[in-house]
Design a protein around this ligand. Sequence first.
Ligand code: SF4
Ligand code: SF4
Length: 392
Amino acid sequence: MAIVNPDFIQDIREFGADDLSACFNCGNCTATCSLSDQYNSFPRKMIRYSILGLEDEIQASVDPWLCYYCGDCSSSCPRQADPGNLMMAVRRYLVASYDWTGLSKKLYTSKVWEIGVIGFISLAVLFLFIFFHGAMPTELTSQGGVQLNTFAPSRIIELVDWSVAGFLSFFLLSNILNMYFKIVRTRKDLKIPFKLYLTEFYQLIVHFLTQRNFSKCDTEKVSFMTKVRNGNYTYWLIHFLLMSSYVILFTMIVGFLGWFQTDIVHPWYFPQRILGYYSTIGLLIGIIYFSALRFKRENEKSKKSHFTDWTFLLLLFLTATTGILVHFFRVNGMPMATYYTYVVHLMVLFPMLIVEVPFSKWSHLAYRPYAIYFSNLINKASELAVVKKSKS
Ligand code: SF4
Ligand code: SF4
């Protein structure tokens, strides 16, 4: 039996939703949404669930993850109930509901927790460096580089990276498993053939790598160039740039630090420098673009910002700029500036990874493709069940 939470409409406001009482259930928003279809109809249904406090239904739904926040529904709402913003708030709520540790809820609903946890991890990194850093040689290597690997040996930093990667993977994957149980395993009426898990798996990979539904998130049937001018493809492109930059940097730092962090100053065309430049430029473009949208608040999707949106952008900005400074000081032979900036860089990088990847904003990158995968499993299994029934 469904559990009703009469306070849900208040609870969801802590995650950034507006007052939903203005909604009179007209359905304009669902009719406008280009991503809503016969299988997954939203956002009106999500508003009804929220008003009625049907938490089980909300947690079992993939719909919030299929919304890419174009804001068309909010523009078309005659009551200014802002359904697009509700979908965003429900995504934050879902991240918290999948997270069995409860930390995500605290981070999303309390600035004190958000700042406290980030500050705690930063200070832990600082203390580790104060007590365990290597020598700080001021002389340069024979190639004119700074001896960063003496101050912070890449073998040790790599071990720390692997431990952090294991920690992040454990929490993120266990939360995804929780999501699977809430969405797929609650469908007791449906038997999903094992073969479907395999044949639909490519959807997960494609949507993780491309996040391509971002570009479908508009109702205008116009030319590519018009879309570019309107900012529709720009949004997808910059989101892709930001995401790919992050994934490349994460892979190089966690998987190949010994190759990436060397005391040798390679020429600019070496792969580690090209990948480093691509990622840094991609991060900066993404940060500037999304921050400008949020500051200007001109379109629906960036009108309202939750405090966690700002901490995410700030951490990302500090990670990118301190990374650039470390590189600049290192290649220009400035040892002390390199060492101190490197510590500051790790003081923002580690909280950004530990807070954002499994418990906050970055987790959306994983939850969206999984939601599409789970949605396809359910929809295809339903079709198979109908065919089987019609034959019998
Ligand atoms: S949110 Fe607005 S458009 Fe959607 S059903 Fe409610 S009143 Fe209608
Ligand atoms: S924000 Fe866009 S994708 Fe999301 S529900 Fe509204 S119209 Fe659909």
